[in-house]
Design a protein around this ligand. Structure first.
Ligand SMILES: *Cc1c(COP(=O)(O)O)cnc(C)c1O
Length: 406
């Protein structure tokens, strides 16, 4: 057979030609990144306020992360679960030392971390006996795209076409403790919640809500799962958002920023629940592979410092001030919410549901941002984005806003 080389010239059009159309990507293709900057095929520059959807927590191509990646690439990439490895053990210890957890399970994505958490909760319910299998979740929540996690998510439009769905999942209004109090029972095995609903519009949980969930779970012997896939690893200015709230879950899931761009997920839990998973009950081929965990270990070490975490809060203030400056002039947002560097600017009544239009205009002006539903423009930049880049990005945003508001 003749040797076939990879095609040299590819374009955005080829996405429509060759890719299963589950996404509708932007009209340009980024080809290079450095810090909080990206460049596309035409050489145009962009300030990156999206961070690969809250993933590139140390920006693009950070020299220290590159060095770690190269060093591990020269040693060993993958072993399979018949062997453990040094980077995975080091990362597990870092996570345990920095959180409530006693044990860690590694996988490759946020959905897989939540899948493990939900399976562990069901296993716990089975062992407890009776019909302890109900999972309480929340409307507008997002937990991933596997059948179990998408069903736990609170947007029926993402799950209903894949029915029959895993049963015994109840969706209640977010931040409505009374609704949970009246639904939860001895049949409930778990409550799963995002401390800040990310995809659902950057909506923070009330402190009393999370505290109340903790008390209700204790009372009814249910597992409290915090999905910190988006809020974790410094995003909110604490290592994990539960540390802001002072409410400790039984299981916490982490992914996105954990690998700084290298795919990895983790489920953290206590000994009480960890022992329920035994050899053969759950697993994944790549989970905890040395390449991913070496990178994540370095990312975690760099983020888990007083300097980086307090820098997130400082940058939060810069964003808030800059967005206020734009809004004083154009009245395009009704509210800016979120914590640390997970921010949602809610479109005002006049520009209702025009977040995507604004985001497209922003990209034309050289700013990459995100949306969270039709009505919220979302920012999840690098945790170490320089002040000058925030300012430049906000200037570009202002130009986009000016075009939206003509
Ligand atoms: C992104 C996200 C997920 C899914 O993570 P994947 O890596 O895409 O599977 C789950 N939960 C939350 C809160 C997320 O933001």
């Amino acid at each position: 057979m003749e040797h076939q080389q990879q095609p040299q010239n590819v374009s955005r059009q080829n996405f429509d030609d060759w890719m299963v159309p589950v996404y509708a990507p932007a009209a340009f293709i980024p080809v290079r990144g450095e810090g909080s900057w990206l460049w596309d095929q035409a050489g145009k520059d962009y300030v990156d306020f999206a961070g690969g959807i809250a993933v590139n927590a140390l920006g693009h191509a950070h020299p220290e992360i590159r060095k770690t990646l190269h060093e591990q690439a020269d040693k060993v990439w993958h072993l399979g679960n018949g062997y453990t490895n040094e980077p995975v053990l080091r990362l597990a210890k870092q996570l345990i030392d920095a959180t409530f957890a006693d044990k860690v399970f590694f996988c490759n994505s946020g959905a897989e971390a939540n899948e493990a958490a939900l399976k562990l909760a069901r296993l716990y319910g089975h062992k407890a006996g009776g019909e302890k299998n109900e999972i309480i979740a929340f409307k507008n929540a997002f937990h991933g795209r596997t059948l179990f996690t998408v069903t736990a998510g609170g947007q029926p439009k993402y799950s209903e076409d894949f029915a029959p769905l895993p049963p015994a999942i109840t969706h209640l209004p977010f931040n409505d403790l009374a609704a949970v109090a009246s639904q939860i029972s001895s049949r409930t095995c778990a409550v799963i919640v995002e401390p800040i609903q990310g995809e659902g519009g950057v909506v923070p949980a009330d402190a009393e809500f999370l505290q109340g969930l903790r008390e209700l779970c204790d009372k009814h012997q249910a597992v409290l799962i915090f999905d910190e896939v988006q809020t974790g690893v410094g995003r909110t200015g604490e290592l994990y958002a539960y540390q802001h709230y002072g409410v400790v879950p039984d299981i916490l899931t982490s992914a996105k920023a954990l690998g700084g761009g290298f795919p990895i997920g983790a489920m953290l839990t206590t000994d009480r629940y960890a022992v329920l998973f035994q050899p053969g009950t759950h697993g994944t081929t790549y989970g905890g592979n040395p390449l991913a965990t070496a990178v994540a270990g370095k990312v975690f070490e760099m983020i888990n410092t007083a300097e980086v975490l307090s820098g997130v809060s400082k940058r939060h203030e810069w964003f808030i001030a800059g967005l206020k400056r734009i809004n004083d002039r154009y009245h395009v947002f009704s509210q800016v919410r979120g914590q640390g560097l997970l921010l949602g600017a809610v479109m005002s009544e006049r520009y209702k549901d025009q977040a995507k239009q604004l985001n497209t205009l922003a990209a034309e002006e050289g700013l990459i941002a995100l949306i969270a539903g039709p009505n919220v423009l979302r920012f999840a930049p690098s945790l170490i984005i320089p002040g000058a880049d925030i300012e430049e990005g906000l200037n570009r945003l202002e130009r986009a806003v000016a075009r939206l508001c003509v």
